[in-house]
Design a protein around this ligand. Structure first.
Ligand code: NDP
Ligand code: OXD
Length: 312
């Protein structure tokens, strides 16, 4: 019988149990702290941000399923054993949710909604006339599972979509592609609305700073749904205040929840959402985990295995 440990850093473990029981009939589902002894035999772990040191106490864990597409909530544990395979979430629900959120926020930036909301708060009747979607250049940082579905959602509206990633890609679906550090500046220079969909790694940390964001056209805007480490927020606020950038929507932060004292909450050009751009949904996630446990048990490589060297 498959044993599945479950760890969530907030309440809600009970809504997952029926989904796992439906996807894996007979599963021995054990939400934390009811994991039992590690001597009871092998187990898989499905987790979001387990407390540091916990996983190391359970050498019976065969593989960890990240509840999210990102893995930084796991790998920041200094005691995490380096030999446990980690499988990233990439189920259909996560992709659909992200495509919706990116489409919504790109439309909001394109149609000047942050400025409309700021005007409303001042009771100001201020008419602004946006360009057509076909005149707006959207740039997606990261062209993986979520970058691709987001690009596909934007294209039918006519946006000029480009994407940037580490490795070269075949041109597809009319999305212009930029590769690596050599093409980063050209990518920024052609981007009016930038969507951050990168994992947190040493290479992506602080990638958007005063120098790089200044390369974007005047009145460009930023939507960050990847990880908070991407942006130097102090530099971003300076560029919003001096008018170089026109707006930012931020869904992810280095420290979550965002501090109560953060000046970002009140910034008239900033929209904050609490890491909900996309969420992992029990039914499709449980099916994804079940499918991958079956692969592991058959000796096959699971889908979306973390490459620890690349960091994603
Ligand atoms: P993928 O691994 O499928 O894609 C990652 C993309 O980033 C790839 O295109 C990769 O390039 C690119 N990339 C990574 N490092 C670099 C680099 N140094 N330079 C250029 N490109 C780089 O991940 P997903 O699309 O599934 O998820 C992306 C991120 O979104 C997650 O890591 C997570 O942090 C975040 N996320 C946020 C959510 C939210 O609710 N806010 C929800 C889900 C995910 P290449 O193609 O060449 O490998
Ligand atoms: C994430 C997620 O990795 O929610 O942020 O999937």
């Amino acid at each position: 019988m498959t044993k599945l440990y479950f760890y969530l850093d907030e309440p809600g473990a009970e809504i997952w149990q029926p989904a796992f029981e439906a996807a894996m009939p007979g599963v021995d589902y054990r939400p934390y702290p009811h994991w039992g002894s590690p001597d009871e035999g092998p187990a898989y772990l499905f987790a979001w941000e387990p407390e540091p040191g916990l996983v190391a106490k359970y050498p019976n864990i065969k593989a960890i399923f990240s509840l999210g597409a990102g893995v930084d909530h796991l790998t920041r544990d200094p005691d995490l054993p380096t030999d446990i395979p980690i499988i990233r979430m990439s189920d259909d629900g996560l992709k659909e949710g992200m495509a919706e959120f990116v489409l919504m926020t790109v439309l909001m930036h394109h149609r000047y909604m942050p400025r409309m909301i700021a005007s409303q708060q001042k009771r100001e009747w201020r008419r602004l006339f946006p360009p057509l979607a076909s005149e707006v250049r959207v740039g997606i940082l990261g062209y993986g599972a979520l970058g691709k579905v987001s690009a596909a959602a934007l294209k039918p509206l006519g946006y000029q979509v480009a994407a940037w990633s580490r490795s070269e890609k075949e041109p597809e679906h009319g999305v212009e592609h930029f590769t690596g550090t050599e093409e980063f500046e050209a990518f920024l220079a052609r981007t009016d609305i930038l969507v951050g969909l990168l994992p947190s790694t040493p290479e992506t940390t602080n990638l958007l700073n005063k120098d790089t964001m200044s390369l974007m056209p005047k009145y460009a805007s930023i939507i960050n749904v990847g990880r908070g480490t991407l942006i130097n927020l102090g530099d971003m606020v300076d560029l919003l205040d001096d008018g170089h950038l026109s707006a930012a929507t931020l869904d992810v932060f280095v420290k979550e929840p965002l501090d109560q004292e953060s000046p970002l909450w009140d910034h008239p050009k900033v929209i904050i959402t609490p890491h909900i751009a996309s969420i992992t949904r029990p039914k499709s996630a449980a099916e994804y985990v079940a499918r991958n446990i079956e692969r592991i048990e058959k000796g096959l490589q699971p889908e979306n295995l973390l490459d620890r060297y690349r960091g994603y």
